[in-house]
Ligand binder design. Structure first.
Ligand code: IVH
Length: 324
């Protein structure tokens, strides 16, 4: 095989492996067996051994690479990662006063008596991260940190199967994706059992386990942890037009990102928001991961822009927290 044939075969294999990775980790719908995947992966590795120039940054072989770090570098977010205000659980004579006040303020600011459309998303209890894609390639991944500056943990994030190394075209020129890295309850129990068997200290809860896993200086350790991501928001977005939060989640999915669209509901007005909150309050124990509430977002992005943000949190979103 000459270099040109190798390059073409490698390109085909890499595309196939990216596709199967996406089917398995993002869509939960694998088309081939693990053994078939491994065979494709082995062929890719053999090609890269014979032609090392083929092992580029975004090759499926490069999820776990590089030597352990001494420390994490600080990295500034292009746009601040804001926090959320909370609406308390008030299922009594106050009749959810906080969320009703949130809705009233929004309608006052927008000068409307019409019900506002809100997108209700699950509030996952994990670790907030940002992924930057330039020309469709994952260039840097960071923790939220203080919202202005986080820690650069790209090498660790690259080991997470549900984080694409390359987006599916057509994709934006620049995209900052925000999401929550988390561990499912069953994975967490299995992982803690393993730690116990090895005589190592166990984690108190899945959130701590996810945070600890992302803070490993050796990406090979992170790669062994059962981490997943759900993407729910953006920072910069250059080169794509999106009208609503719901459309944004749909577009993110089309770019190959893992979103929680199935568990997301569009609510017309505050009463439907409260109904949605009650629905999840009753069903939280049936989910495979821990949630600590419902995040309510004004669906139209033009209205989000009109409402703006304080230095701490957007005016167009709020977290309805479950009682502890
Ligand atoms: S939106 C500007 N959506 O909750 C909007 N956050 O208390 C900011 N979180 O730091 C966040 N699920 O770590 C948003 N569907 C979701 C979320 C979510 C979990 C976390 C996130 C954020 C924290 C705010």
């Amino acid at each position: 095989m000459d270099a040109e044939q190798a390059r073409r075969r490698h390109q085909r294999l890499a595309a196939e492996l990216h596709r199967h990775n996406h089917l398995y980790h993002v869509l939960d719908a694998p088309e081939i067996s693990d053994a078939e995947y491994d065979a494709l992966f082995r062929e890719l590795l053999e090609l890269e051994t014979a032609f090392p120039e083929l092992a580029t940054e975004d090759s499926p072989s490069r999820r776990v690479g590089g030597a352990p770090l001494d420390a994490f570098r600080q990295a500034r977010h292009a746009l601040p990662m804001l926090s959320l205000d909370n609406a308390r659980h008030q299922e009594d004579e106050r009749d959810f006063a906080d969320i009703r006040e949130f809705d009233a303020r929004i309608r006052r600011l927008l000068e409307t008596d019409e019900p506002v459309d809100y997108l209700c998303e699950l509030k996952l209890d994990g670790v907030a991260v940002e992924l930057t894609y330039e020309a469709g390639r994952l260039s840097i991944g960071t923790t939220r940190g203080d919202g202005q500056t986080g820690e650069e943990i790209t090498a660790n994030l690259r080991t997470i199967g549900s984080i694409p190394l390359v987006l599916q075209p057509p994709c934006p020129e620049v995209l900052d994706v925000r999401g929550e890295v988390y561990i499912e309850l069953e994975d967490f129990r299995r992982f803690n059992r393993q730690l116990e068997e090895n005589g190592e200290p166990v984690f108190a809860n899945p959130r701590n386990a996810a945070a600890g896993s992302l803070r490993q200086l050796d990406p090979k350790q992170t790669a062994k942890r059962p981490l997943r991501i759900f993407c729910y928001g953006i920072g910069r977005l250059d080169g794509a037009e999106v009208a609503t939060q719901q459309q944004l989640l749909e577009r993110m999915r089309a770019w190959g990102l893992r979103t929680n669209l199935e568990q997301t509901r569009l609510a017309r007005g505050v009463d439907e928001v409260i109904a949605c909150y009650r629905h999840w309050l009753g069903r939280r124990d049936h989910l495979p991961y821990e949630i600590d509430g419902v995040v309510v977002k004004v669906n139209r992005l033009d209205l989000q822009r009109r409402l703006g943000a304080t230095t701490r949190a957007p005016r167009w979103a709020i977290a309805m927290k479950f009682p502890p």
